[in-house]
Design a binder for this molecule. Structure first.
Ligand code: PAN
Ligand code: ZN
Length: 187
């Protein structure tokens, strides 16, 4: 397909919509198998209505070489076995950088290069930089939806198996006494 022509994308700041809009997806609890530390709590949540954990709305820019696609992710508030709701997380098979811009709510960006893990607090107005080669997962640590814009190279690809094999190095848990960030080393 030939490169796109210049165009503007209208962003709905209050609801995270994009116009024009490309593909959208919903990830339910059942799509997050093997990711929460507490498997029983995950099974229970799937049995208890299999809630939508997050949605991803994309612009019409395709995931193609030299293009620069964008998407808005909304993670709903909640925890499973005390672990905050989060995205699956992935590596880019063709390691390239990516940026996230916080739009609404309170979240975090968990980064893992297979050796070192890092945690970045993301809130509206904060840009998180994901260097090439770092797997990344987003976490909602607040009581409202957490929403961010992602901008990434169209040829980067998405590898979800890597996180199932390697983990993410850290987990973000709800503290026992209050709903604050509790990023801990993986058991
Ligand atoms: C983001 C993510 C999005 C959903 O657009 O794809 O937040 O997370 P998962 O892909 O891990 O389910 C991004 O990092 N794109 O490269
Ligand atoms: Zn990514």
């Amino acid at each position: 397909t030939p490169p796109l022509q210049p165009f503007a994308i209208r962003f709905g700041a209050d609801n995270g919509t994009l116009e024009p809009q490309g593909p959208t997806l919903q990830r339910r609890m059942s799509d997050l198998e093997g990711l929460f530390a507490d498997r029983r709590a995950w099974e229970q949540a799937v049995a208890d209505g299999d809630p939508v954990v997050y949605t991803v709305v994309s612009s019409p820019v395709p995931e193609a070489a030299r293009e620069l696609p964008q998407s808005i992710t909304t993670i709903f508030p909640g925890d499973t076995g005390g672990e905050f709701w989060m995205t699956k997380g992935h590596q880019h098979p063709d390691p390239q950088g990516e940026i996230y811009l916080g739009l609404e709510g309170r979240g975090g960006l968990l980064l893992f290069d297979g050796d070192r893990a890092e945690w970045l607090d993301i809130s509206p107005g904060v840009i998180g930089y994901i260097p090439p080669g770092w797997a990344h997962r987003s976490v909602n640590v607040g009581d409202e939806p957490y929403r961010f814009l992602a901008v990434y190279p169209g040829s980067a690809g998405h590898d979800y198996g890597w996180v199932l094999t390697h983990g993410m190095g850290l987990r973000a848990r709800r503290a026992e006494t209050e709903a604050t960030v509790g990023a801990e080393t993986e058991a």
